[in-house]
Design a protein around this ligand. Structure first.
Ligand SMILES: *Cc1c(COP(=O)(O)O)cnc(C)c1O
Length: 482
């Protein structure tokens, strides 16, 4: 990594790339933002991008490509079967992960679909460090149960534990004792654990998990969608790996796992995904699902142009200067807001900064969706679109009861290589204003609540008239400016 220190003694992130293509943004007046969020049913997923200033909804499929990726896209070899583009992507994956077989899929959840179709049976127990929404939906749809064995510190909003994504091996041993290893189709380790704030696990922990899995004959699957961030954190936080190349860390992680799957909407700065394994039996077991659900075995629903971009993007992921911008910006965002007293998930993780909505809006009960209310309020205050990651992202039980989320968070995602530091500073400024006016923000209730993955397209409305009070206060403080 390129290490730079500063004469002033200050530290701030410094991008090791320059911007060569730009897209103009617009910042609407707050009254227009109010109209937009009302039309969107107070669900930031339903906002139109033209009404958004900084899109911090997600890091999925919105990472900036490099000149080398764009150039490679022109060289794509279009063929239904056996394209040279697929061969290049396959070879790059084998080079990085050291596994021979690659099953392409159109995105991460499609890889999850295939893995669940093959291994989840009614009554089984799928074990993970922590669930991800789409994976859990596939497991439960197929009659399986999800058990999360994150270590207790993973669920603390504030901690100085550098690896909050670590898996609790003793609890896994107890679970095997209780239900038997044959009830557990696989253990899924999610790199850069998304829903608890993009928190990594350590290589040492992965090794312990792998040892336990081998002992009991349980497959170990890694969700590598957020691997880039996890690699950066292992390199910067795990003493053993401080002098390792990123590629060596990636290989060591892969070596512990039977199956690796990923969303290339995150990993590889492209759009697509797939499953990698070195086990011929696994490959043959999964293979039939690819032409059935995704496309032929040499594209799996991806365009050849995207596959070329992913191949180069994966190569860039092995360059620390290319993957540290996201985590460094996030760290700056978290630390600055934390120092200003705004409750944040610490330590900073990957993929985005996470605001603790349960403390930010401690006057709004979980049944009134404080995370969703805060995400709407952030948009109103700034034109920044974040994402609800709390109770609204949960799903009702079959009997209609509503599980309350372990954490109520609003994620301000930092798409990789996209924003400038001044844009990050703008977001910080507006979140600070909102924090000082947090008592004005109230809860939300459903207008239309879908049964499956309700957070994506459900519609809500404010309880009371807090949105107008917030707009009035904004005008009082900012005058007629934006
Ligand atoms: C985004 C994500 C997925 C799903 O990937 P898509 O490409 O959006 O379908 C799966 N797992 C994790 C950890 C993710 O962050």
């Amino acid at each position: 990594m390129t290490k730079v220190s500063y004469y002033s003694g200050e530290t701030f992130p410094l991008e090791m790339h320059k911007v060569r293509i730009i897209q103009k943004l617009t910042l609407l007046p707050i009254e227009e933002r109010l109209r937009a969020v009302e039309e969107a049913g107070y669900n930031t997923f339903l906002l139109e991008n033209k009404d958004v200033f900084l899109d911090m909804l997600t890091d999925s499929g919105v990472n900036a490509m490099s000149d080398r990726q764009q150039a490679a896209m022109l060289l794509a070899d279009d063929a239904y079967a056996g394209s040279a583009t697929f061969t290049r992507l396959h070879a790059k994956l084998t080079e990085i992960f050291g596994k021979r077989y690659f099953l392409p899929a159109h995105q991460g959840r499609a890889a999850e679909h295939i893995l669940c179709k093959a291994y989840i049976t009614p009554g089984c127990t799928a074990v993970t460090n922590y669930h991800f929404t789409t994976w859990k939906a596939h497991v439960t749809e197929l009659g399986g149960r999800v058990v999360e064995l994150i270590r207790p510190e993973g669920l603390l909003v504030n901690s100085d534990n550098p690896f909050k994504g670590n898996f609790d091996v003793p609890r896994f041993e107890a679970l095997v004792e209780e239900i038997g290893a044959d009830k557990i189709p696989y253990v899924r380790m999610e790199a850069g654990t998304n829903l608890i704030g993009g928190q990594p696990f350590s290589l040492a922990n992965l090794r312990e998990v792998s040892q336990a899995c081998r002992k009991h004959g349980v497959k170990l699957v890694m969700d590598a969608s957020l691997l880039a961030d996890n690699l950066h954190f292992i390199k910067t936080r795990e003493a053993e790996c401080a002098d390792w190349e990123i590629a060596d860390i990636a290989r060591a992680m892969s070596d512990e796992c039977d199956i690796v799957y990923f969303s290339a909407r995150k990993l590889g700065f492209g759009r697509g995904g797939g499953i990698i394994t070195d086990d011929e039996g696994v490959y043959k077991q999964l293979r039939g699902f690819v032409p059935m659900y995704e496309g032929f075995l040499t594209y799996g629903g991806m365009s050849v142009r995207e596959m070329e971009a992913i191949t180069v993007g994966l190569d860039e992921t092995m360059d620390e200067d290319m993957i540290n911008q996201g985590p460094q910006f996030i760290s700056y965002l978290v630390k600055t807001l934390d120092e200003a007293g705004v409750p944040m998930v610490t330590p900073p993780g990957g993929l985005g900064a996470h605001v603790d909505a349960s403390r930010f809006l401690d006057h709004v009960p979980q049944t009134q969706y404080p995370s969703a209310a805060l995400a709407s309020a952030v948009y109103l205050a700034s034109g920044v679109r974040g994402m609800e990651r709390g109770t609204m992202s949960e799903q009702r039980e079959p009997d209609g009861t509503e599980p309350l989320a372990d954490m109520e968070l609003v994620r301000l995602a930092v798409p990789r290589r996209v924003f400038t530091l001044s844009q990050i500073n703008y977001a910080i400024d507006r979140v600070r204003w909102l924090y000082d006016n947090r008592r004005l923000v109230g809860g939300l209730r459903w207008v239309e609540e879908p049964a499956i993955l309700r957070f994506f397209y459900g519609r809500l409305e404010p309880i009371g008239d807090w949105q107008h009070e917030l707009v009035a206060k904004f005008r009082q403080d900012f005058g007629q400016s934006l």
